[in-house]
Design a protein around this ligand. Structure first.
Ligand SMILES: Nc1nc2c(c(=O)[nH]1)N[C@H]1C(S)=C(S)[C@@H](COP(=O)(O)O)O[C@H]1N2
Ligand SMILES: [Mo]
Length: 511
């Protein structure tokens, strides 16, 4: 029985080795063309928006491992089938394996920025996979005899010892692990090098005041450290960009097309701004918001290099190195707000995860219509002519961030001792600023919270509220008011198509 299943194991091992080899080759050439990643990206692109929304909500940052795991599981089942088939009819089994690699090749080619080089990893996967499966079957004597050698040798092969089988499978498994390790190592080496020195800003931001975190344990830090900053994007691998060969092209409806190197950009007048970034997928009370000090060139100055005074464009279509597109409404971006072509975040170069070497940051617009990471092209065009990734998926094109507030502490459904409890959190209303936050306990009256320091209208504000809690279960809610006097709405909206709204209310247990 077990020996009957051995060919399935061979199929799986051969496929793993083939994929590992392809991954290594991809790491050396085009990382995103690695078969599993290419398949994953295409699955992401084809996934309907509501399912994607659900995945981001359910799995959070783990949405990508979950996706890659699912793709891998399907592939390995098919690989097992290929192995079983190959033991009966070698050509049939091998064609299934090669077919799998071919699908990966097609998916790699479907990626927006794909070139012929993207086919190489899949070809390697096909070759290595088929060869390994054939070898394993031969060594263990399960293969048909393609050369039609004598019956004697076949019989001898059929009785291949358990030792041989163990050696062959173990060898294949080891080889797969070693090659996969090499692929990992190569990508890690390629990912080094964001520790470049940035020039100082000509226009510096004032020192950030001390926040409330000393006094209110559990509250979000006034400035989000880079390592804790939320990450939302469609990239399955963080693009490995070599800053020396990177360039930014500005084209489309401009006076002259220009191409800038990183040094060109970093040599322009740099400004430093404190800006809170928010994701449209953030649910009320959700984690996809972060506040940082950005270093960059004012967007207007960059666009002026190309000349946009007579442009008929209504959007900037930003493209990243993998072909992902993010649109920015031109009028909004140039209405005087501090839109930046950013190269630094919290005193260092942008981390790879957050767009190294260059990204956009536009205060007041959700990230999906502003904050293009790994940006390599800005095309001045119209929404009629060209649609960005999310525009094609029916999301809003001009999505201002809604007034919002979040309770960081206590945690929902946590237990606290009766008596004085400090409730705390953050509130944001980019562009206008936060004037007040109020807290409501058990549906009672709204009472003012104490506000933390003000670091500008594009930056969030911490708040805290002292509450004398009696034993029992209680409901705590918060809401913000901006400096225009607009109060955060209680009307609930889903993230799609232009951001969530509503008021966060949590239950806490007081004992
Ligand atoms: N190239 C690229 N840029 C991107 C995205 C993306 O998928 N690809 N996602 C956007 C979205 S939806 C958000 S909310 C912000 C998040 O930026 P962060 O990951 O640095 O927090 O990046 C934006 N920029
Ligand atoms: Mo987002």
């Amino acid at each position: 029985m077990l020996t009957r299943l051995l060919p399935a194991l061979y199929g799986i091992l051969a496929t793993l080795l083939g994929m590992a080899a392809a991954h290594l080759i991809a790491a050396l050439t085009v990382p995103a063309a690695s078969p599993v990643l290419a398949a994953g990206s295409t699955v992401i692109d084809l996934t309907p928006t509501p399912v994607k929304e659900w995945a981001i909500r359910t799995f959070g940052t783990a949405d990508k491992p979950v996706l890659i795991g699912s793709v891998l599981a399907v592939v390995l089942v098919l690989a097992g089938v290929a192995g079983i088939l190959a033991a009966r009819r070698l050509a049939l089994g091998l064609s299934v394996l090669v077919g799998l690699a071919a699908v990966a090749g097609v998916l790699a080619l479907l990626r927006p920025s794909a070139g012929a080089l993207d086919l190489v990893p899949s070809a390697v996967a096909a070759l290595v996979g088929a060869l390994t499966l054939w070898l394993l079957l031969r060594v263990s004597g399960t293969a048909e005899d393609p050369a039609g050698e004598g019956a004697a040798s076949q019989a001898a092969a059929r009785t291949a010892s358990r030792r041989t089988v163990l050696l062959a499978t173990g060898g294949a498994a080891l080889a797969a692990a070693a090659v996969a390790g090499a692929g990992r190592w190569v990508s890690q080496v390629r990912l080094r090098g964001t520790d470049i020195a940035l020039p100082p800003a000509a226009d510096r931001a004032a020192a950030l005041p001390a926040g409330l975190e000393e006094r209110v344990p559990g509250i979000s830090a006034f400035r989000t450290p880079n390592d804790d900053f939320y990450r939302v994007d469609t990239a399955l691998t963080v693009p490995a960009i070599d800053v020396d060969s990177w360039a930014l092209t500005i084209d489309g409806d401009v006076d002259r097309e220009v191409e800038m190197s990183f040094d060109d950009l970093a040599g322009m007048r740099l400004v430093e701004r404190d800006i809170t970034l928010t994701c449209v997928s953030n649910d009320v009370g959700g984690p996809y918001v972060g506040a940082a000090r950005w270093l960059g060139v004012p967007l207007r100055d960059v666009l002026d290099r190309a000349g946009i005074d007579s442009t008929g464009a209504d959007q900037i279509l930003c493209t990243d190195v993998d072909g992902m597109t993010i649109s920015v409404p031109l009028k909004v971006a140039l209405d005087g707000r501090d839109a930046l072509v950013a190269i630094g975040m919290n005193g260092e170069a942008l981390p790879r995860e957050h767009g190294f070497p260059v990204r956009m940051v536009v205060p007041g617009l959700y990230g999906f219509v502003s904050a293009c990471k790994w940006m390599t092209r800005m095309t001045l065009t119209t929404y009629d002519e060209q649609q960005a990734y999310w525009t094609e998926r029916d999301w809003a094109i001009d999505a201002p961030i809604k007034i919002s507030s979040r309770i960081d502490t206590p945690r929902p459904l946590s237990d606290s001792a009766a008596g004085r409890i400090v409730v705390g959190g953050v509130a944001w209303a980019q562009g206008v600023g936060i004037r007040g936050v109020e807290v409501r306990v058990d549906g009672g009256p709204w009472r003012p919270a104490e506000l933390g320091p003000d670091a500008g209208d594009d930056y969030w504000r911490q708040w805290s509220y002292e509450w004398d809690a009696e034993p029992g279960q209680h409901f705590v809610a918060c809401r913000a008011t901006n400096k225009d006097g607009d109060v955060q709405t209680a009307v609930r909206a889903t993230p799609f198509p232009e951001g969530s709204s509503g008021i966060q209310e949590i239950a806490v247990n007081v004992g």
